[in-house]
Design a protein around this ligand. Structure first.
Ligand SMILES: [Zn+2]
Length: 298
């Protein structure tokens, strides 16, 4: 009768650590690291190896005893993202193991980069070391590398005062009272809303006011997918609405109907905020909602 294989878990470790000598080249590198410097060693051919080696891997020749300071910044040449760091990893959050070519070096060293997201670390990303406060001559004297600062978020705001023209003031007084005031050009008979004092069509001054109803027709519209504090929800519709009797449309929000049901020729009516909440502002009209009448030909 078959049985499960016998298993037992073991740990192979050197409690307290395994002591090894560094040799003169790695020892120099780590000693400089303890002092907060990144150093490379020159090969006979003039290349700078970081981390340093005792022999040039390209030729097998011993390296020179010429040392040069490199970095501290460098460029990521390749990286692998660690989604779930292990206990022994240098960072307790997702990070990248990266090949970093320090400025002045001809080879790359491997170290951790705290980039937040793998998308933030394409090859060519510039990084800098984050040093530990206490250094002891070990590669972990550098806690990790971090991308250079390439952008900041600055608050932007400006204050300004807008002074309404006499005609706009008259229009807004009407809106405060729940009335849409327009005007008719005596020369070309075009009807405009909001109220204005000269005709943009024929250039003549306009004397008289007309009161327009708060019903109209959607002539064209846009579906918006970015939130707007004035809008009912996202997506919402802003539309050109031709008030009944007017010759030019005004722009307003459309509410009370799913965005995808709004159409050209749809009949709408203004939804006013309660009279006691009204101010000298177009926000007195919350939006236009469908009247339910049949669509009209434009
Ligand atoms: Zn005119």
């Amino acid at each position: 009768m078959p049985s499960d294989p016998l298993t037992a878990d073991h740990v192979l470790e050197f409690p307290g650590g395994y002591t090894r000598t560094t040799g003169p080249v790695i020892g120099r590198f780590l000693t400089e690291l303890r002092d907060g410097r990144l150093m490379g060693v020159r090969t006979a051919e003039g290349r700078t190896l970081v981390p340093p080696l005792e022999y040039d891997p390209a030729t097998g020749e011993p390296v020179t005893d010429e040392w040069v300071e490199v970095g501290p910044a460098g460029t990521v040449t390749a990286s692998a993202w660690v989604h779930e760091p292990r206990e022994s990893h240098p960072l307790d959050r997702p990070f990248a193991w990266a090949l970093i070519r320090l400025d002045g070096a001809d080879t790359a060293l491997v170290h951790a980069v705290d980039a937040g997201s793998p998308k933030a670390l394409p090859p060519g990303t510039r990084v800098r070391p984050v040093w530990r406060a206490e250094r002891r001559g070990h590669i972990t004297d550098i806690s990790h590398f971090a991308p250079e600062v390439t952008k900041i978020v600055s608050p932007v705001s400006t204050r300004y005062r807008l002074t309404a023209s006499p005609s706009l003031t008259r229009f807004l007084e009407g809106v405060r009272d729940g009335v849409l005031i327009g005007c008719r050009c005596a020369t070309c008979e075009k009807v405009y809303v909001p109220y204005r004092l000269t005709c943009p069509e024929c250039g003549n001054p306009i004397a008289g006011e007309v009161t327009l109803p708060d019903t109209g027709t959607v002539t064209t519209f846009a579906i918006n997918n970015l939130p707007d504090p004035r809008a009912p929800e996202v997506p919402f519709v802003s539309a050109y609405i031709l008030l009944d009797g007017a010759d030019i449309p005004l722009i307003a929000l459309v509410g009370g109907v799913p965005a995808h049901q709004v159409r050209q020729g749809m009949r709408v009516r203004a939804e006013w905020v309660p009279a006691e909440e009204r101010t000298l502002s177009m926000t007195n009209i919350r939006w236009f909602t469908p009247t339910g009448e049949p669509d009209v030909e434009l």
